[in-house]
Structures are given as C-alpha cells and as structure tokens.
Write a protein that binds this ligand. Structure first.
Ligand SMILES: [Zn+2]
Length: 465
C-alpha cells in the first residue's frame, strides 16, 4: 500500500515538474471571479485569468488553463472581482481640470467668452498644463480609464505628464484660428504640431495628433493643412464636429453645407479622423462618415449639461460608424471623467429618446467604452479587448460591496450598478499603475495641493476684469 502511494506521489511530482518545464514564462498572471474579454465572441470567463509578458497579453482563459500553460513571476488574484479591458475615453480636455466648477449652469457662449477664455488667456502656461493634466490623469486612472483622447494646448507637456502617470493617450495639439496660449497663429501651431508628432510618433503610450478645433474656429486652409499633416505621419486628426445646433445652422446658412459636408468638400475626412460629439448629424452626414471610416466620440454628460442635444447614437451605430464614449473634460461640460456614468447615461438617453427600454442594452454600452472606442481611434488591433497579442491594459472592479450583490449579469452590474470608485487595480501597457485604489505613479496629495494654489491664482486673475 505504501509502495503504491509513494509511486503515485512520485508520478504526480514528475507530471508537475514536466508541466512546469513545458510552461511558458509570463511576467504576471491576474485572476478574478469574472473576466469580461470583449473579444469577438464576447466571452465572459468565470474563474478566469490573464497572463502578461512585457507590454502584452499572452493568454486569456480559465485559471486552470492559464495555470497549466504559464509560469508567472508574479501572481495577483483579486478574488470576488471583475477584470475588464481598460476603459477608453475618446474625447476630453485634461488640463481643464484646474477650471473645474469655475462657472457652471451657463450658456455655452457665456461660459466660454466670460470665464473660460479669459481664465485660459491669463493663466495657461506649460507648467499649468502639466499640473492640470496630472490631476486629470490621476482621476482617470483611479476611475479605470486606461486610454484617453485629449485636445488642448502645450501637448508636449500633456504627453510628458501622461507618461509620468502611465496612461495611454491619443493627444491632439490644438490648431485654432486665433492666438492661443501656446501658439499665436495657426501656422505656428501647425509647425508645433509637426514637431510634437515627430517627438512622440513611436512612443509606446502616446499617439500624437493634430487637432484643429472645429470648422467655425479654424480656417479652411488650416483644416486642409491639418489633414495633410495627419496623413504625412499616419496619425489621426481630432476635431469637434456638429456639437451644437447653432454650429449646424450657421454652417448651413453661410455655406449651404453641414459641418460634415464642409470637411468632406475640403478633403479633410480623407484619412483617420475622430469627430467629437456629432449631436446634430444628418442622414447625409452619416453616409459620408461611414464611407470615410470616421470615428465619433459620444459625450452624453457634456451634451446634456450644456443642453446641446442628444446624439442619434442608435442610427450612427446602425450606419456602421464607430462611436466611442467621451467625457469632454473637466470644466463646465462635465466636471469629471467617469466613463461608468457615461455608459449608464448613454444607454438611458437612447431608451428615453426612443421610448423603448430594449434599445442600447448594457452590453452595447460596454462595447462603446472599450472595443468600439478603440476602433473609433483606429487602435483596435492594440487595445479595447482582452485577447492574446493585445497591449496589457486592464482594470479590476471590486464586487465586495452591497451594490454588487446579487449578480445575475456582469454587463448590467458594470453599467448600472458599479461606480468609478469600485475600480481597485489598473494596468496599462503591462505596468501596474493602481493598486488597491491607490495610484502608484504619482504623489496625488502634492498634485491636489498644487490645484488649490492654481485656483487662488485663477480667482485673482479673473477679479482683475
Ligand atoms: Zn470638447
């Protein structure tokens, strides 16, 4: 009996050794009760794990499968939690975080002309942008956003701050038809954008881009030059598009064309483009955008807070256009960067608009915040789902609190019940940047103290009016 037992022990030990010897090396294995993959089959894996080597995912499956296949240097089992792809914000203005709450409940033009533009003209420097971006990146990372899309000034500094925090950024250098805090003419801004693109073109975390502000603020020749610049370096062009009714009405009255038709007539959509908002798109516009493969950013909090309208998200998606989710920044239009509430609001707005609770289900809202957002940015080969070969951008959401119980459907839980504060751990490009709700890459207290100092400075500057 003893001999049989010791023989069995010996065999299992040998099998174990053989398994270890044949196991592939991994740097980390993260496991949890559920893995939402957002792969083509939309697999949700119970008792799942993700294996990571360097910057990339090398395996996704059940814990047992991953354990058999990989031998990891570090393991992290988050237990009763969900691991999901990092969320993708397709439109924001990070450094505007320093103006959060400066003037709410105003009309867009009043807000811009009397508060934002004067505050920016008197305060925005590269150093201001650095602190504002750090504050925004801290907030985004802690809320589970792993990729964000920015349109602002001093974008070199934005890129440096983004890398410091460890987020992925599609960062657009603003090009606008009036003197801006960084460049006094659009020609200088174009030249600056080109240098910025050259500097960060091959960066693993940064996709640099030219960002002409909108058709009503950027001259036609500058829009054309922005397109040419984006195509020269094979990077996307970012622009605000059909955000308000006024923008559409004026475009049609002055030029007999919608903003989309204006861009098309200039050849400005002939390349990868991300248009923010698209609230007032018409049927003909959808046909142009579909044909051009233009991506869109839906920003429901901004569009409701500024009373811009409700985008035709269902029509847009049905037309085959990739529309991701955006927060549109930190001041006035949103006051935060929580993609969880954007997912929830996106679903609810379409339901109430159509008076039909079956449209835009939770699954589709999660798609928009992940894989569709990645497609809109032209990055779906790299991010947007948890699949072998993709960049290791993943988040963990805790389920050990009352609002996570009971659990019938993980997508419903993610969209309608969990909050940004439930994000506990975040990895971007294979690097863990949040552990147990704490940002590892930044002294957040120092950044918050600095933000309060800027608040004092901004107040004084506006009092001089
Ligand atoms: Zn915007």
């Amino acid at each position: 009996m003893f001999r049989i037992y010791s023989c069995l022990l010996c065999c299992s030990w040998l099998l174990c050794c053989a398994a270890l010897l044949s196991a592939e090396p991994a740097d980390r294995i993260w496991s949890a009760r559920y893995i939402i993959t957002m792969d083509a089959q939309r697999r949700v894996i119970e008792n799942g794990a993700v294996a990571i080597r360097g910057e990339r995912i090398i395996g996704v499956g059940t814990r047992a499968e991953i354990d058999r296949k990989f031998q990891a240097k570090q393991r992290f089992d988050s237990g009763n939690a969900i691991i999901a792809p990092g969320l993708i914000d397709t439109h924001t203005h990070a450094a505007m975080s320093l103006l959060r709450g400066i003037a709410d409940d105003k009309r867009l033009q009043d807000w811009l002309q009397n508060f934002i533009f004067p505050a920016e003209a008197r305060n925005v420097t590269a150093e201001y942008v650095r602190w504002g971006t750090l504050l925004a990146c801290a907030e985004m990372a802690l809320a589970g956003t792993t990729t964000y899309t920015d349109m602002y000034y001093f974008e070199d500094t934005v890129a440096e701050a983004t890398k410091q925090v460890g987020l992925r950024g599609v960062l657009g250098q603003t090009i606008i038809g009036f003197p801006a805090p960084d460049y006094k003419t659009p020609q200088l801004a174009l030249a600056g954008a080109e240098k910025f693109i050259q500097r960060f073109k091959n960066d693993p975390l940064i996709v640099p881009a030219p960002a002409p502000h909108a058709i009503y603020t950027t001259p036609d020749d500058v829009l054309k030059a922005s397109r040419a610049l984006a195509n020269k370096y094979e990077v996307p062009m970012l622009i605000h598009l059909s955000e308000t009714k006024v923008e559409n009405d004026e475009s049609k009255a002055r030029r007999g064309m919608t903003p989309t038709q204006v861009l098309e007539s200039l050849g400005a959509l002939s390349g990868r483009t991300l248009g923010a908002h698209g609230v007032w798109l018409e049927d003909g516009d959808l046909e142009i955008l579909r044909r051009r493969g233009t991506g869109l950013a839906h920003c429901p909090t901004s569009n409701t807070k500024l009373a811009s309208g409700i985008a035709r998200v269902l029509d847009i998606l049905k037309a085959g256009i990739n529309m991701g989710l955006g927060t549109d920044g930190f001041a006035g239009s949103n006051n935060g960067a929580d993609l969880h509430s954007e997912m929830s609001l996106t679903a609810k707005l379409q339901k109430v608009t159509r008076m039909d609770p079956e449209v835009l289900p939770a699954t589709q809202a999660v798609e928009m915040a992940t894989i569709i957002g990645a497609r809109a940015l032209g990055l779906d080969k790299e991010i947007g789902s948890l699949e072998t070969g993709k960049r290791a951008d993943l988040i963990v959401l805790r389920m050990n609190q009352p609002r996570a119980v009971p659990l019938y459907n993980v997508y419903s839980l993610l969209v309608y019940s969990l909050k940004a504060g439930d994000v506990s751990d975040v990895m971007v490009n294979g690097r863990r940047i949040v552990r147990a709700g704490r940002l590892l890459t930044l002294d957040v207290r120092q950044v918050m103290t600095k933000a309060v100092e800027y608040q004092r400075q901004i107040r004084i500057s506006l009092a001089k009016n």
